[in-house]
Design a protein around this ligand. Structure first.
Ligand SMILES: Cc1ncc(COP(=O)(O)O)c(C=O)c1O
Length: 389
């Protein structure tokens, strides 16, 4: 049976060149990068060379990159690490974070845990496309706001937020600006200086690197408290022996992403648009998210009268991998908080499906999916009590 992977927003396969670099690292870099003998120095050099590739992709300085175990850790380090700098003010002032209702749980959950500890958090609403409103953002700022954290692009519906404008507002008010760019890196051009970004989270496995490694860009001068205490690695921000093979993989993925930025997104978007055009010919189907301000690889639909989960299984029978909501929350069977936030009913939210394309997706793959999908939708509708035509 033909196999088509259209779930790149959940994770991406490791690029063959990345895989090669990782495999070589196991024999080339056996030393601990903190050791001063030549084995250690070789590992340290590899770590620093790959830190450079990540820095170049973001337009940051070399020493502004802190390696982490992924996007979740980078988000937690930002949110809790900046909040703990304001710990003493909790009783008198209520230090304040602004974020949005459609953030990934890796931002929402640390924020909620801080609320339990006496911090204040404002969750900005979004419009029907998933965009935050800049006036609302500006009016939500208080004299105690120390952090604005808004995602670069949403992991479910792919909506791209006006990051540069948000960063400008944050800096006009002397507030730190963090963006969870886990979905944006490798697909959107990023320039942390130009976009007024102080902290940025990324994760290797979303752009053809290995799982379990990521980074946090921390602008020089930004003060953070570490979450892990130990040997003081990564300028004291993230103790633990560095994950050399993971960092080599992340660096290689970043290097390739930078090289492919001029061509990949455009080609992927053309395939994505072809998919959208074909899928929307199905009766009672709609596109979720913004028509143009969306990630090049994201196509998110809803279909009246059927459950996304059943659709997912029907597609899986045909060798096609897609997703309902984010992979992390798809176990929960709750309506997606993102889809509810853009105004869908729980029933509409449950009838939604995300296709996310990648570097190796072909036009043939898309045509195969678009040929199979109408039959699956019709079959499910015939069995559905919610479909009474
Ligand atoms: C927007 C966003 N932030 C954070 C994460 C978590 O990243 P990681 O899996 O590296 O912890 C994800 C993963 O799905 C994501 O899509």
């Amino acid at each position: 049976m033909r196999e088509v992977f259209l779930d790149y927003a959940s994770t991406s396969p490791v690029d063959p060149d990345v895989q090669k670099a990782i495999m070589q690292s196991f024999t080339l870099y056996i030393g601990n990068p903190s050791s001063i003998h030549h084995y250690g120095r070789a590992s340290r050099e590899a770590v620093e060379a790959n830190r450079d590739f990540v820095a170049q992709l973001l337009g940051s300085k070399h020493d502004e990159i802190v390696f982490t175990a992924g996007g979740t850790e980078a988000n937690n380090l930002t949110i809790k690490g900046t909040a703990y700098m304001h710990k003493d003010k909790r009783k008198t002032k209520g230090p304040h974070i602004i974020t949005s209702v459609i953030e990934h749980p890796a931002v929402l959950e640390p924020c909620r845990s801080l609320e339990d500890d006496g911090y204040k958090v404002a969750y900005l609403p979004v419009d029907k496309y998933g965009l935050i409103d800049l006036d609302t953002l500006e009016h939500t700022i208080t004299k105690d706001t120390f952090l604005i954290s808004i995602m670069t692009a949403n992991n479910e519906i792919g909506t791209v937020e006006p990051i540069q404008e948000i960063g400008k507002i944050a800096h006009d008010h002397n507030i730190l600006f963090h963006t969870d760019a886990v979905q944006g890196v490798g697909k959107l051009p990023i320039d942390v200086k130009k976009q007024h970004i102080d902290l940025l989270s990324l994760s290797a496995h979303k752009f053809y690197g290995p799982k379990g490694v990521g980074a946090l860009y921390v602008r020089n001068g930004v003060q953070l408290q570490p979450l892990m205490h130990g040997g003081g690695h990564e300028k004291g921000l993230r103790s633990s022996t560095l994950n050399v093979p993971g960092i080599v993989g992340l660096g290689k993925a970043a290097e390739l992403a930078a090289k492919r930025m001029p061509t990949d997104p455009e080609r992927i978007q053309a395939n994505r648009d072809h998919l959208i055009q074909r899928v929307l010919t199905i009766e009672e189907s709609r596109l979720n998210g913004h028509p143009t301000k969306r990630l090049c690889n994201n196509a998110h639909f809803r279909f009246t009268g059927i459950e996304g989960e059943s659709l997912l299984l029907g597609l899986d029978d045909k060798g096609i991998a897609a997703s309902t909501g984010s992979a992390c929350s798809s176990q929960k069977l709750q309506a997606s908080h993102v889809l509810l936030a853009i105004g869908l009913t729980p029933v509409e939210a449950h009838g939604s499906l995300r296709f996310s394309l990648g570097r190796t997706t072909t036009r043939d793959d898309i045509d195969y999916v678009a040929d199979e999908l109408p039959g699956i939708v019709n079959r499910l509708r015939q069995m559905s009590p919610m479909w009474n035509r």
